[in-house]
Design a protein around this ligand. Structure first.
Ligand SMILES: NC(=O)c1ccc[n+]([C@@H]2O[C@H](COP(=O)([O-])OP(=O)(O)OC[C@H]3O[C@@H](n4cnc5c(N)ncnc54)[C@H](OP(=O)(O)O)[C@@H]3O)[C@@H](O)[C@H]2O)c1
Length: 307
């Protein structure tokens, strides 16, 4: 198939281009003008900023894709300019997605596969939630509420993208090369410096996902006829009280100290405190059944902190 990958220089997008080509697909990479020299090896390269509607329309139509894959975020800016990282990522999820849906339709594509997140659900109900659980659009933290609002809008745009067949892949917390949890990533550095304590009883649950499994699930979604919203997560949702000490040990860092849960938002920021004390996990049964996918790394224990 002819496939266009938007976000082709990214942690997921870059290896995804190679994985799709290895399956025999003809893959074009969409890259921003300033990132052209970092484009992956591909069958074609088209250049546009997704927030520039006219440029995106003409780039996508030049690639004539049958399937369009959306892997665009600005999270790479997190270390240097977190405000810009979240603001731009929200714009990519709203305006950027709307532009991409319009461009994919205009180019005659039949399918759109888009990246979302598996840790945006409101913390209520079962400890591990399916895709029907409500999103935390009314989170008490305005920043997280805005992020989840943009995620909800992305998912709405993709679900309502007819006649395009829309697929939303809600990836778990990514680990592996290039991610925050890589040995050279921000989370590892914080653990090694003893700056990531365990708040309270550490009962908040994280569903992890290795980057390789994000790529594998995306290939499966491109090749499938299934539509809808799918959690793409490993098989072992884990409370912080389990994964954080394990991660610290694998990294060779100090054992995380415990801090009172009430102090966590001030020490760690609202989102990290929420994730480690209250968040629920995400079940992957639907992706397994509908996409015929299963994780090659079923447990974060197999690799978190090793690379
Ligand atoms: N190492 C760290 O400490 C660190 C920090 C933050 C995030 N991360 C990790 O990165 C993961 C995210 O991976 P990801 O693949 O989703 O994101 P990513 O690696 O940041 O890739 C995002 C893609 O979107 C593209 N993009 C951004 N703005 C665009 C625009 N306006 N128009 C068109 N394309 C645009 C980027 O292109 P450009 O190359 O042109 O920007 C890039 O190809 C996170 O889960 C996290 O683990 C790691």
């Amino acid at each position: 198939m002819r496939i266009l990958v938007a976000g082709a220089t990214g942690v997921i997008g870059h290896p995804l281009v190679g994985a799709l080509r290895a399956r025999g697909h003809e893959v074009s990479a969409l890259v921003r003008p300033e990132s052209r020299e970092r484009a992956p090896e591909a069958d074609g390269v088209v250049v546009a900023d997704a927030l520039d509607r006219e440029a995106l329309l003409s780039a996508v139509s030049a690639a004539r894709p049958e399937v369009v894959v959306h892997q665009m975020t600005a999270l790479r800016l997190l270390d240097d300019d977190p405000v810009a990282a979240f603001t731009l990522t929200a714009r990519l999820r709203t305006e950027g997605t709307a532009n991409l849906v319009e461009a994919a339709r205009a180019a005659g594509a039949r399918r759109l596969v888009a990246q979302s997140i598996a840790f945006a659900a409101a913390p209520a109900g079962e400890p591990v939630l399916d895709e029907d659980a409500p999103l935390y659009v009314d989170a008490p933290d305005p920043g997280w509420a805005a992020t989840v609002g943009a995620v909800a809008e992305l998912e709405r745009l993709v679900r309502d993208s007819g006649p395009l067949a829309g697929v939303v892949l809600r990836y778990g917390t990514l680990y592996g090369p290039g991610t925050l949890y890589a040995r050279d990533g921000g989370a590892a550095q914080a653990v090694l410096a003893g700056q990531l304590p365990l708040p309270g009883d550490g009962a908040g649950i994280t569903s992890f996902l290795h980057v390789e499994d994000a790529v594998g699930a995306t290939v499966a979604a491109v090749e499938s006829e299934a539509t809808g919203v799918f959690h793409v997560t490993d098989d072992e949702p884990a409370p912080a009280a389990q994964w954080l000490p394990h991660y610290a040990q694998v990294l060779g860092g100090p054992s995380p100290r415990t801090v009172p849960a009430a102090l966590a938002p001030r020490l760690l920021g609202w989102f990290v405190a929420h994730q480690m004390t209250a968040a629920h996990g995400a079940a992957n049964d639907r992706a397994r059944t509908a996409l015929g996918w299963k994780p090659l790394r079923p447990s974060w224990r197999d690799g978190l902190g090793r690379e």
